[in-house]
Design a protein around this ligand. Structure first.
Ligand SMILES: *[C@@H]1O[C@H](CO)[C@@H](O)[C@H](O)[C@H]1NC(C)=O
Ligand SMILES: *[C@@H]1O[C@H](CO)[C@@H](O)[C@H](O)[C@H]1NC(C)=O
Ligand SMILES: *[C@@H]1O[C@H](CO)[C@@H](O)[C@H](O)[C@H]1NC(C)=O
Ligand SMILES: *[C@@H]1O[C@H](CO)[C@@H](O)[C@H](O)[C@H]1NC(C)=O
Ligand SMILES: *[C@@H]1O[C@H](CO)[C@@H](O)[C@H](O)[C@H]1NC(C)=O
Ligand SMILES: *[C@@H]1O[C@H](CO)[C@@H](O)[C@H](O)[C@H]1NC(C)=O
Ligand SMILES: *[C@@H]1O[C@H](CO)[C@@H](O)[C@H](O)[C@H]1NC(C)=O
Length: 500
């Protein structure tokens, strides 16, 4: 702007020189007014233009001209401070260029022109959205626009949950013009959005804020799961089928079908789970149940579950598996409880006739066995990570129907679980074996006994060998058919000698 003015002054210089020449000739002075005033103003605000003609003789008439020809106002200066002030209130769009004219004694001077821009303050700001209302599934696009009823030269600021949004704070949000664009919405975009449209003229800022709009990001529903449980009241049994999804936005409709026929349906408004009561008869197959979850965009089915309730019965037995490390050291024992019949078994373990506490017995002390042991798979498996004297003993497991607290237990036979480290060196270097625990342990006496037995056996063999030799000598002609036999030398001669 300043350089522009300088340029103007430069180009004006020859003209001024010429004018000076003209003045000296004519003897009269032509006024050269200067117009000052703002180049930008708010619509509706008051602004002042001043026209100054310093080298003019009184009286001077000043005119403010808009867009080259339209006369806005006229002021006549009679006092002589050579300044005319024009106070204007822009109620309409009087944008354009302004200049003034100063007339004195028949000569007229024209001022510089000022290009005035009028700024309309924002009003009635609101947020509009695509889609409307701003509800969309994760991964889809939501565009918010900051719309004003009136306003020009506007800037926009967006707020999410009352915090200003910038492109750097939310990389998934794009701010362009008056829009906030979420190309792929995620659940964390859920919340309240508002915008502010604002403009600034000199030091004055005018703004208009919208009210908040709620953006809802819906989550797709995951495949439903199904489970069922039994409760016993008096002599009758009630089945309770649970259908649930782990992910998704409610509301959803959840229905239960039995053998492909829908039998019940509920609308889950807050949660993603529903329960259905089903009639159960012990030992009877009541059909195949499935859960179905529907939303306006999805329909998902659970895996099938056979509604069958078989009371615990048959045999219960404990299988022991010893686990060895690569260097043949016993590291753990794994006991599993096998129940031959029953759909809802409740299992418990006994050591030397006293029951081991379950993980649900919170107030009991940690049993020494469970200090090193872990119950898994619904108490079906007991893993003993250490086998010392405290863990050794007779293990049994027992089962009853989980829905019948007072029902009878079916117990397994006791299995002896114990170990002494020394035996392990003589075991094959398997990392795992399923044999029953070794019941023979070698201590010093055992070793002596075995050595003695071996000696005895050897003596016997030598003795028998001698007898055989003698026999052989006696019947040197006899043919002994022992070609296909590697039978024990003790028994082979006696059983075949009578044949010839
Ligand atoms: C000129 O005189 C008017 C009225 O007396 C006054 O309001 C104005 O401020 C004066 N202007 C200058 C530049 O002195
Ligand atoms: C005045 O001039 C400006 C630009 O110089 C133009 O935009 C505007 O339309 C004009 N107004 C009228 C009423 O001619
Ligand atoms: C925004 O506010 C909503 C509603 O209070 C809340 O559910 C959401 O978690 C908030 N989001 C963030 C990122 O703070
Ligand atoms: C089914 O079980 C759930 C959870 O255990 C319980 O909230 C619900 O009331 C039960 N429904 C019926 C019909 O028994
Ligand atoms: C749920 O079921 C009701 C009644 O059958 C129906 O009006 C509604 O549209 C369904 N809602 C969904 C999300 O499918
Ligand atoms: C467990 O109890 C049975 C019968 O009451 C008894 O015969 C057996 O010796 C007991 N076992 C142990 C290890 O105490
Ligand atoms: C269980 O009983 C056996 C035989 O009576 C005994 O050797 C073992 O130490 C007992 N175990 C525990 C943990 O009491």
């Amino acid at each position: 702007m300043k350089s522009m003015k300088n340029l103007q002054t430069l180009t004006l210089l020859p003209t001024l020189a010429l004018a000076g020449l003209f003045i000296s000739i004519s003897g009269s002075l032509s006024p050269r007014p200067v117009l000052t005033g703002p180049d930008v103003a708010y619509l509706g605000s008051r602004v002042a233009f001043r026209c100054i003609a310093p080298h003019s003789s009184l009286p001077v008439t000043y005119e403010l001209i808009w867009n080259g020809s339209a006369l806005i106002a006229t002021v006549t200066d009679l006092q002589g401070n050579k300044t005319a002030s024009f106070y204007l209130k822009f109620t309409a769009t009087f944008e354009g260029s302004y200049h003034c004219k100063a007339t004195t004694q028949g000569s007229t001077g024209v001022s510089n022109s000022i290009k005035l821009t009028l700024v309309t303050p924002a009003s009635n700001t609101r947020v509009t959205s695509e889609p409307f209302p701003p509800v969309a599934y994760e991964g889809s696009r939501i565009e918010l626009s900051c719309s004003v009823a009136k306003g020009s030269h506007l800037s926009y600021t967006w707020f999410f949950n009352r915090t200003e949004v910038t492109s750097s704070t939310s990389p998934l949000i794009l701010l362009t013009g008056n829009q906030l664009v979420m190309g792929k919405v995620a659940p964390e975009h859920d919340g309240y959005y508002s915008c502010m449209a604002w403009s600034r003229v000199q030091d004055a800022t005018r703004f208009s804020s919208s009210s908040e709009v709620q953006v809802t990001v819906k989550v797709y529903v995951s495949k439903p799961r199904i489970s069922f449980s039994i409760s016993k009241e008096g002599t009758s049994h009630h089945g309770n089928v649970t259908c649930w999804s782990t992910r998704g936005s409610p509301p959803v409709n959840i229905s239960l079908s039995l053998d492909d026929t829908e039998v019940a349906s509920v609308t889950a408004a807050q949660s993603l789970a529903a329960w259905f009561a089903v009639h159960m008869v012990p030992g009877l197959n009541m059909g195949v149940a499935r859960c179905r979850v529907t939303t306006e965009v999805q329909e998902l089915m659970s895996e099938p579950v056979t509604l069958e309730m078989v009371p615990v019965g048959g045999d219960v037995k404990v299988e022991v598996e010893y686990l060895y490390s690569a260097d043949s050291k016993l590291t753990a024992a794994k006991l599993s409880c096998q129940v031959s019949r029953g759909t809802f078994p409740y299992l418990s373990w006994l050591l030397n006739n006293s029951s081991l506490p379950t993980e649900t017995d919170v107030d009991s002390h940690i049993h020494p066995v469970l200090y090193h042991g872990v119950l898994t798979d619904g108490r079906r498996t007991l893993v003993l990570a250490k086998l010392g004297p405290e863990e050794s003993g007779y293990y049994r497991c027992r089962a009853r129907d989980s829905y019948d607290d007072s029902g009878p237990w079916v117990e397994s036979a006791a299995v002896l679980v114990r170990v002494k480290d020394r035996i392990l060196n003589s075991l094959p270097p398997a990392t795992s074996s399923t044999e029953t625990p070794p019941k023979v342990f070698l201590n010093t006496i055992d070793v002596l006994t075995i050595a003695f037995c071996c000696f005895l056996l050897l003596m016997l063999a030598v003795g028998v060998g001698c007898v055989y030799k003698m026999f052989d000598h006696k019947q040197a002609h006899a043919h002994v058919a022992t070609t296909d036999s590697d039978a024990l030398p003790l028994s082979a001669p006696t059983s075949q000698s009578g044949g010839e």
